[in-house]
Write a protein that binds this ligand. Sequence first.
Ligand code: UN1
Length: 517
Amino acid sequence: MEAIAADFGIKQALEQLGVGILNEGSSTGSNAFSTGEILESYSPVDGHLIGKVKTTTKTDYEKVMTAATEAFKLWRVMPAPQRGDIVRQFGDRLRKNKEALGKLVSYEMGKSYQEGLGEVQEMIDICDFAVGLSRQLHGLTMHSERPGHRMYEQYHPLGVVGVISAFNFPVAVWSWNTALAWVCGDVCIWKPSEKTPLCGIACQNIIAEVLAENNLPEGISCLINGDYRVGEFMTRDTRIPLISATGSTRMGKIVAQEVAGRLGKTLLELGGNNAIIVTPDADIKMTVIGAVFGAVGTAGQRCTSTRRLIIHEAVYEKVKQALVDAYKQLRIGNPLDETNHVGPLIDVDAVDMYKKALSKVKDEGGQVIVNGGVLVGEGYESGCYVKPTIVEAQPDFEIVQHETFAPILYLLKYSGSVESAIAIQNNVVQGLSSAIMTNNLREAERFLSVEGSDCGIANVNIGTSGAEIGGAFGGEKETGGGRESGSDAWKIYMRRQTNTINYTTELPLAQGIKFDL
Ligand code: UN1
């Protein structure tokens, strides 16, 4: 391990980001209020302890809440374009720290360094988007039915926004929420995944520097650490009007009920079971690139990962063979080494779920065409490396209905028209991302029509993962219905107020009602 840390500049990256020293002491950084028990962060890359973080107790949480509430009073009256300028500075600071943060993401979470850099790029992109947005928080004006009246709507900030994020995008998802929430005038409290706490501290350190340089309170961006019990401080807290939560459907249902019970708002971005439909008119080369990246990128741990390929019988054997050939090229190993395509899963529990899913699909009658398994030996000491696998299955297999966060790709054969493929695609409880590979305009438009894909994301000749920040990101059904990042997703971070102003000396009532005194 020391070799990996030294060879790939991990120590320097950690030092640059202020997240302490490998395997020594505790690394609380800007997580200033936390005094609770120690949370250790182990790298799935080599199994080594990277650092330690203090968790947040209820008493600490109250201090965080006070800091956030105080900061909100100041932040909400700052003109939005000035808030945008703070976000611009944060984006600039991210540019300077891109390599270091990308490395930390790769080392703590296990995704490839390229993808770690890509994740930081998403943060930079959303900052740029939010800067522009800070001058475009538009409401509408309406024509009043009454003479001498003016009617319009305006958006005000909500207050303290709670962000709960998952291990698989340990930095970007936070920024999709916070960059928008900040320009909207909200302050944020973030609980990152307990599996990637150092990524949280690193981000907090970066924004804390920007806030300090601008003489702004750190309460604008707060960090809390720990497991679901710390998350509950926020979900149960009536002082938090909006909880944005990314993670499993199981977690999302609990959060949704807690927050709905107090009539708070939620933005949920939960599980996917994403499919690519491959029609007889598909470009096979493009299909293979899209499918392989979608299935094995981030070791199959994106919510947008491709889990099902729904292939027409006319091209089934050809696609299958091309995939088998492509999987032979895959190099699995240390994700910091850029010659590798696939890194480890997040931890041994995830490996366990991968193994269980594989044995389940075999029990159900699935035919393995690219062997899976857990890798052992030199370079695989963490026990988290698994082989990406491909299994021929049936759409109605129980396991195929489930999201397994691992590189398992199910091949499903369809015959007849594109409608039957769409029916298979839609016949799962999740509704995040979907794609069709076709050069046939009719099939493509059918897929995008009201009778087509029921997902929040529907792509043509692109895979299911790797969405750009400019679009609204999220999905339907058990994916939770939330939308983050681009388009008009900002509206959820604000409260809408309708204003009617009477500039006459009369008081006419709406709907023509007469009320003479
Ligand atoms: C996630 O996995 O939670 O579309 C987010 C993508 C990325 C984001 C994934 N831009 O694959």
